[in-house]
Design a protein around this ligand. Structure first.
Ligand code: CA
Length: 428
């Protein structure tokens, strides 16, 4: 089925600013609370939130086989379950409704009033109920930097890294949407040169610049998803800040890997940009050597050119961009991650979320975490308000942004913005 919604020449009758992340070619999906306290599934064009539940009730999707309440839900899981063909029909139809040449909704004031909201009239929610969350570790630059700092520069990558998209099962209960503040976690850490741990607030809270993809029901228990089909089961992507407490991590991670250092919070951008909308931005992923095992082999372009940046806003409200990276630097592709995740028969459900791992680029100004940017705190980062950061301080706000750009079109993710609150008081 052609993706008519991606036509770069298409214009909309809605007013959209030139540098908007959300032109009519984007049509992301999200869930929001309206001014009338109703939760609905919606999309966004420019600075308009569009109530898809209302559009469906008014008959605008009558030619697409959809259940009556598909958009009157507080998560996208059922819609995502309907599969790629339905996502395409709905995205193409939305594109048609808002096309500059279509007067149907444009000239119906009554309908427009119940369908369109300005962004300040709504509150974005988590777009899916996340059943399971997996985090990969797929940036060679990031894995090399961390291996160099914590182990041995000569053997920075462990022997499995170039053969396996390494990952671990995280926790979905603490994934929150943009705008939800989080707390500095408490935990056990081991002071330098000490044999006994201490308890208290983490001193080394960090962001991880990641993206995450969201899957549909893809397979039955016991059945792998072939790497060549894996992208068909990916609904879309969000920005993902995988908050990390480096000092807790260092003490706890042997031998089973990340635990409490990683599961206190992860923050996502609220609009899921579909993989369909990202098709014009497909690029080659880095060359893989040694060649992966056959079940992970895939030719052609399977990465995406997505510009990424992280800003820190301090209490003085001054903002500093601390890094610029790109999704295309990742060594392992999403298709390889999903094929690997299911090669043992692991079942993947609608709404599952898979983090990419920290996305570091090749140069020091493109690293995806403070751990790397400040090189374990040895090189503090200067901020625009004159202060310095080794890691994230209380009341700092961390903002991740991402967008794709060609000469004719820009498709963006908006942002995920999260304030770090001080730790809860403790009597030890
Ligand atoms: Ca991570």
């Amino acid at each position: 089925m052609p993706i008519a919604a991606n036509d770069p020449t298409k214009k909309t009758w809605l007013n959209v600013s030139e540098n908007s992340d959300f032109p009519i070619q984007n049509i992301p999906f999200g869930v929001f609370l309206t001014r009338d306290d109703i939760i609905t599934i919606g999309t966004r064009i420019g600075d308009y939130a569009i109530d898809l539940g209302a559009l469906h009730q008014l008959g605008y999707f009558k030619d697409i086989p959809l259940t009556d309440d598909i958009f009157l839900q507080d998560t996208l899981n059922d819609f995502i379950s309907d599969g790629q063909k339905t996502w395409r029909l709905v995205r193409n139809r939305i594109s048609e409704i808002f096309d500059a040449s279509n007067d149907e909704l444009k000239n119906n004031k009554g309908h427009r009033e119940v369908v369109l909201f300005s962004m300040d009239e709504i509150e974005m929610q988590l777009p899916v109920q996340i059943g399971d969350y997996t985090d990969f570790y797929s940036s060679k630059e990031h894995a090399t930097n961390v291996g160099t700092m914590f182990r041995d520069p000569e053997n920075a990558l462990l022997p499995n890294w170039l053969h396996i998209p390494v990952g671990y099962h995280g926790r979905s209960s603490t994934i929150v949407p943009s705008g939800t503040p989080i707390r500095r976690p408490l935990g056990q850490t081991i002071p330098n040169n000490s044999k006994s741990p201490v308890f208290g607030p983490s001193k080394l809270v960090d962001f991880e610049l990641e993206m995450a993809f969201i899957t549909t029901d893809a397979n039955a228990l016991g059945e792998p998803i072939p790497v060549s089909e894996a992208e068909d089961y990916i609904f879309g992507m969000v920005l993902f800040n995988d908050w990390s407490a480096r000092d807790i991590q260092k003490w706890e991670y042997v031998p089973l890997g990340p635990f409490l250092a990683k599961n206190f919070a992860s923050s996502i951008s609220p609009w899921i940009v579909t993989l369909d909308a990202l098709q014009p931005f497909k690029v080659e992923s880095p060359e893989q050597s040694p060649e992966p095992l056959p079940y992970l082999r895939l030719t052609g372009n399977h990465s995406f050119d997505i510009n990424l940046e992280v800003d820190i806003i301090t209490e003085s409200m001054k903002s500093t961009t601390v890094t610029k990276s790109n999704f295309k630097y990742l060594y392992w592709t999403m298709a390889q991650q999903l094929a690997h995740h299911t090669i043992n028969g692991c079942k993947v459900n609608s709404g599952d979320m898979m983090g990419s791992g920290t996305i570091s680029g090749p140069t020091p100004d493109s690293y995806g975490s403070m751990l790397e940017l400040s090189w374990q705190g040895k090189n503090p980062i200067k901020l625009n308000d004159g202060s310095e950061r080794k890691f994230i301080e209380d009341n700092d706000t961390v903002v991740l942004k991402g967008y794709c750009q060609t000469e004719s079109i820009r498709i963006g993710f908006g942002e995920v913005s999260t304030k770090l609150l001080p730790a809860l008081k403790t009597n030890k």
